[in-house]
Ligand binder design. Structure first.
Ligand code: C2E
Ligand code: CA
Ligand code: CA
Ligand code: CA
Length: 272
């Protein structure tokens, strides 16, 4: 038993060391990813329940020269531990606005949603960056939505309230991403002039078989109705998710069942 335990310790030591090494390498390489042109933007369509296209979420992709594609699920959290995240989000914002400039010429009703880290979305430098970007591009800011992860809002509640007001004045929509996974609080909904809630895919995933998850979706949709917010459900992976969500006529749908994220240029080409 002792030997087994010893092995286990060794196993964890090694994998911990490897994990730490990978994190370190990713952090180093991420600093060069922008200038090395390794980043790109993918789009994932969003639809209403009659499957009419409403817009798309912009998702960042990184093709590492040796490691291949690295998921944002892995590198965003690493970037958030340093200031790299700020450069990434600014890069995404200005490139997304280039896409929106093209899109708005032919499709003035479609929306683009970008993800911005809650770590800095309320900071003056980001707010002045985005207002400058809006001025530089001939776009209608109503076609842009900023998604912010719920949990990070509470950390700087006062600054967040101010920032959301500022973005609203610019005409930009604000969405709370992964709603229900953080410290859900009605305080948000009362104090933040947001336009949208996104139901996290973890609730959608089990909703067809787990009544608790179904009830959470019921609750989020009710909140949306009460506060007059648009609701987007992500992670619509299969027919049973799709069928279940038909119960809520106003909910916008996003997921592999309807569309897999694809390079922005391909997405734009198919539109025309
Ligand atoms: P998120 O904002 O919740 O984005 C949705 C994620 O779910 C995306 O993963 C998308 O590809 C994936 N997804 C979409 N439909 C389905 C489905 O039907 N089933 C399943 N299992 N997954 C689905 P992705 O692109 O790997 O992004 C992961 C996370 O990384 C995002 O989660 C977001 O929090 C973050 N992220 C992505 N791009 C950016 C960015 O430009 N800036 C920042 N700050 N964060 C980003
Ligand atoms: Ca998102
Ligand atoms: Ca989400
Ligand atoms: Ca999520």
């Amino acid at each position: 038993a002792k030997e087994k335990g010893g092995n286990r310790v060794t196993f964890f030591d090694t994998s911990f060391g490897e994990q730490a090494k990978r994190r370190f390498e990713i952090e180093q390489d991420l600093r060069k990813a922008i200038s090395n042109n390794e980043l790109s933007l993918y789009l994932q369509s969003q639809f209403d329940r009659s499957q009419t296209l409403k817009g798309a979420e912009v998702l960042l992709r990184w093709e590492h020269p040796q490691k291949g594609f690295i998921s944002p699920g892995e590198f965003i959290s690493i970037a958030e531990e340093s200031d790299i995240i700020y450069d990434l989000d600014c890069w995404v914002t200005s490139n997304a606005l280039e896409i929106l400039t093209q899109l708005s010429k032919t499709h003035p009703k479609l929306n683009l949603s970008i993800n911005v880290s809650g770590r800095h979305f309320h900071e003056a430098r980001f707010l002045s960056f985005i207002s400058q970007q809006i001025k530089q591009h001939s776009i209608n800011p109503q076609q842009l939505t900023i998604e912010i992860i719920e949990g990070t809002l509470l950390n700087h509640m006062e600054a967040a309230i101010e920032a959301v007001h500022f973005l609203k004045k610019l005409g930009i929509r604000v969405s709370i991403d992964d709603f229900g996974t953080g410290y859900s609080s009605l305080t948000y909904l009362k104090q933040l002039p947001i336009q949208e809630l996104k139901i996290d895919r973890s609730f959608v995933l089990e909703a067809p078989t787990d009544n608790n998850d179904k009830l959470i979706i019921d609750m989020i949709v009710s909140l949306g109705r009460l506060f007059e917010l648009e609701i987007v459900a992500e992670g619509v992976e299969n027919q049973s998710h799709f069928d279940l969500l038909q119960e809520y006529p106003e909910v916008i749908l996003q997921g592999y069942y309807l569309h897999r994220p694809e390079p922005a240029s391909d997405w734009l080409e198919k539109l025309n």
